[in-house]
Structures are given as C-alpha cells and as structure tokens.
Design a protein around this ligand. Structure first.
Ligand code: PBG
Length: 331
C-alpha cells in the first residue's frame, strides 16, 4: 500500500475523467458472469407474472424455447431451472422429483435440443415436490439427513440423464456432495459438474421464491435445522471445506448482497470458483423501490451485480440476468 502524501498524492486524479476511470477499474461485470434462474410450469400460453417478483414469469413448458431465445441471443452462459409442480403431483416423499417425465426433465430435454451451448443448472432439493415444502423427507417432525440424501442422489441422476449439466444441491443436508458425486460417477456421469449451495442461510429473503413455486403455502415452521444461521460466518467456511473435500467443483453463497463478507472469506480461503445467488427478495427490493420512483432501476441493478464481482464472485445467479445482459450489450 502506498502511503498517502498529500498534496503530491491526489487520489481524485484517477477519477478525473471517464477514460481514466475505465483504465483503473478493478472489476468488471460481463454477460459471461450471469446465470438466469427461470420458473417453469405445465402448458403454454402467456407467461404468468409472479406477484412478489414483478417482471419475473412462470414460463409454460410448451413454448419454453421462445422465452429463452433472447437470453441465448445475448450470450447468457447458463440457466437454472425451477419447476412449479402442480399441487396434485406433490406428496410427503417428493416422489415427483424422481419422475423422468417431470417438468425439469422435459424442460432440460427441450432446452438442450434448442440451445446446446447453454449450460443447464438443476436445483437438487425436494421442496418443489413435497406437500410440506421441506427440502428433504420428514421423519418424526425432523428432516431426516441420510434418508434425504439417498433420494437427492436419485433426483440428481434423474436430472443429469435428462441433460442437466450442473447439479446444484440446495438442500443443506450433511454429506450430500460426496454422495451425489458417487451416485453420478456410478452412472458414468463423470462430466456432470456440482455447484454446491455450500453456505446457504435460513433467510427471509426467499419469500417471493416460495410464492413462485408454491412451496410457502404448506411450509410449517422454518428451515433452521438445515439452513445456516445468518449470525454465523466461520461455520460457512466449514461448510465450504466439507463440500470441496467431497468433490464440489464450484460453491455458492446464498443469499447474495447481505452476505458479501462470506463470499470474500470463501474466495480468499479456498480460491475456487464462488457464485452468489442474488435471491428473490433482493430482486423484489430493487424492483419495488424502482417502481416507486425511489431508485434508478438500471443503475441500482448494475451496481449490485458489480459488487458481487468485487467481493470475489465468478458469477451470479440473478433474476436480472436478461435485463443486465441487454445493458451490457448496449455498452
Ligand atoms: C430450494 C431453493 C430455495 C431457493 C432456491 N432453491 C428456497 C428455499 O430454500 O426455501 C431460493 C431462491 C430465491 O429466493 O430466489 N431449496
């Protein structure tokens, strides 16, 4: 570090004009950094807007490629798929997660055929499929770890066989990354990547997402026995260390903006690709303020995304991916 020596040193010189500011910029957001999460429902027709996430829609499976076309044209490298499972297909065990004809598998096959260059991210957890809204199976009122992991392994193989490239376990069971790696390898799926939701917190910011996939209605209580306490930071490093030892290729921190300190610690501590999930509640806050005229939408959106890069992220899962990519293309 330079010792400030005013007036010889004036830090404002490097901010004097646009050209110099561009030259000294330390971080840059690119379309290559964006992963776009989308919600998929049965049927076709006009997309259904999600009330708490204005501008985000549940896309019908039948015309899915049409909804993804712009993202593909803009060069977004990856899309994360989330199903809106019809209530009559949910049960206590989340059996629909294992159905090779479930929404995710059919969507994966369609998207792979239409856009082979886009990497597909499959969320592995049972909450879109269980009638109680938990990420695993419940035994005596507790989400059973090892039994849930066994089901998640079958869910992951089911997704990978349908064309999912990156398995993203979001369940926070112990030991699931190692078990997933073994299960995938046993099926010869050695190239399927694992992006672990390594440090996933029990957060209030997931509210709009749970409305979007219909898992909130049923959810009794909370997910505090498996998702992390927002008070903890050292524990996140233990979670990440375990997932790396078990074979994670990339790790994720979730939510995003309130957890930038975790991202930085993980990046400095392990040096592997780290991703942030800028979650539904973060999206809702920016949209709500912008729609009230309280924030400049585009500036706030791009600043938040850039801050993830500064914190050490390789990329960001963001509902703003398409909007951001449009702006990046315009320069
Ligand atoms: C499912 C899952 C959740 C999110 C992603 N995967 C919700 C939860 O854990 O309850 C939240 C994403 C968002 O809020 O945008 N395990």
């Amino acid at each position: 570090m330079l010792t400030p020596n005013f007036p010889r040193t004036r830090l404002r010189r490097n901010r004097f004009d646009e050209a110099t500011r561009r030259l000294v910029a330390e971080h840059k957001l690119a379309t290559d950094d964006l992963i776009w999460p989308i919600f998929i429902r049965e049927g076709g027709g006009p997309p259904a807007e999600i009330a708490a996430m204005p501008g985000v829609y549940r896309f019908g499976l039948e015309d899915l490629p049409r909804h993804v076309e712009e993202a593909a044209r803009l060069g977004i490298p990856a899309i994360a798929l989330f199903p809106v499972t019809p209530a009559e297909r949910k049960d206590a065990e989340g059996a629909e997660a294992l159905n090779p004809e479930n929404l995710i598998c059919r969507a994966a096959r369609r998207l792979k055929a239409a856009f082979p260059q886009i990497a597909l991210v499959g969320d592995v957890a049972l909450d879109p499929y269980t009638d109680h809204g938990h990420d695993g199976v419940v035994r005596d009122g507790y989400v059973a770890n090892d039994e849930s992991v066994a089901v998640l392994c079958r869910q992951a193989v089911n997704q990978a066989e349908a064309g999912i490239d990156i398995i993203a376990p979001s369940d926070m069971m112990d030991g699931r990354v190692g078990a997933l790696r073994e299960a995938l390898d046993a099926e010869g799926l050695i190239h399927t990547r694992i992006m672990s939701y390594a440090a996933k917190y029990a957060s209030a910011f997931y509210g709009p997402f749970r409305e979007a996939i219909g898992s909130q209605v049923a959810l009794k209580g909370d997910k505090k026995t498996y998702q992390m306490n927002p008070a903890n930071s050292d524990e996140a490093l233990r979670e990440v260390a375990m997932d790396i030892a078990e074979g994670a290729d990339m790790v994720m921190v979730k939510p995003g903006l309130p957890y930038l300190d975790i991202i930085r610690r993980v990046k400095d501590g392990f040096g592997l690709p780290v991703f942030a999930y800028q979650v539904s509640g973060e999206y809702a806050m920016i949209e709500a303020a912008a729609r009230n005229g309280w924030l400049d939408h585009d500036k706030a959106m791009m600043e938040a995304l850039l801050c993830f890069k500064r914190a050490g992220c390789s990329g960001i899962l963001t509902y703003h991916a398409v909007q951001a990519a449009r702006l990046l293309r315009q320069g």
